[in-house]
Design a protein around this ligand. Sequence first.
Ligand SMILES: Cc1ncc(COP(=O)(O)O)c(C=O)c1O
Length: 386
Amino acid sequence: MNERLAARMGDIEPFHVMDILARARALEVRGRDIIHLEIGEPDFPTPVPIIEAGVAALRAGHTHYTGALGLPDLRSAIAGFYDQRWNATVDPARIIVTTGASGALLLTLGLLCGPGDEVLMADPGYPCNRHFTRFCEARATAVSVGADTAYQLNLELIERHASPATRAVLIASPSNPTGTLIEHAELARIHQWCQANGVALIVDEIYLGLTYESDEQSAAGWGDVFVVNSFSKYFLMTGWRLGWLVAPGWAIDGLERLAQNLFLAAPTPAQHAALAAFSAETLAILESRKAELKSRRDFMLPALRDLGFELPITPQGAFYLYADCRRHTGDSFQLARDLLEQAGVAITPGVDFGYHQPERFVRFAYTRPLPRLAEAIDRIKLFLRT
Ligand SMILES: Cc1ncc(COP(=O)(O)O)c(C=O)c1O
């Protein structure tokens, strides 16, 4: 390691999928047709009403800082959406607008943990969480989860892995990379346990809105909980860098101070654009996109199973399929490389999501139109046959 770097840099790993992406781009430059199923963002553009609101904001000169907590109108609009869509009562004063869910996660972990503290999270899981935790000089306790718990933590696992150093439990539902949900009743039990034990509960609901058959419920109405969300996924605004955090009342002052120092504020034009995210016109567009994602999942899931990939439970949300590929290989990273080189299909190897048997898994992101997914399946079939 470069001695000029801080010690923590030794633990901050790159996304391995970036190697796949770089290789995919190099192949494309040489004229190869690559089907990208590795990228964790929808292929759809931001809905036009949001873009128009953003452009109008720029023309109107909304190019200065907002307050660190975000535009009051946007905080109220988010609270209104909780009320209408998820039947959850959230005081706008508890909502902080952030630079994506990433900003919300960093603020939350920065507020809660420091040296010697531990944060419990599922493995496989979103890799940045363990790096955010490390950045705060705390330790991520990655708990191995499997299909038996829908790749989610449950109370039993938490009780088994918690220690006096545990400061927070982090749950993501629907999960990245598995697309699976935690049952709301189980989350409520975990919430109770956290309250009883003085542990903070952080719920990453970034894929809320993208659940295909179950009744969606948010934890934001519970009060003493940190709920992370974003305009990136359901609202199709990844590049605008906008998200939010619903925090307990006691945490707002500290979070505001942290936000002032770390980011000053979330991007102002993006905040104005997001005011159009909850209009009936935008929501109609978003719901049709969601229906498209569901039909992609309904195509990909049986197709991958037919090809021998194991997906024992049906992922109900997000746009990911986390497939066990042990029938084909003991080295999922090599499989991802070979699929790219030989079949022109880019996927993410399990190694990006943790340490729990990553060599057995790959993630398919169904973020391409159906005909391209069908083409990908044909190519994979041919690759596996030869
Ligand atoms: C589970 C999860 N949380 C947080 C993020 C961060 O998203 P953003 O910062 O774009 O809102 C992602 C992005 O893929 C994610 O999958």
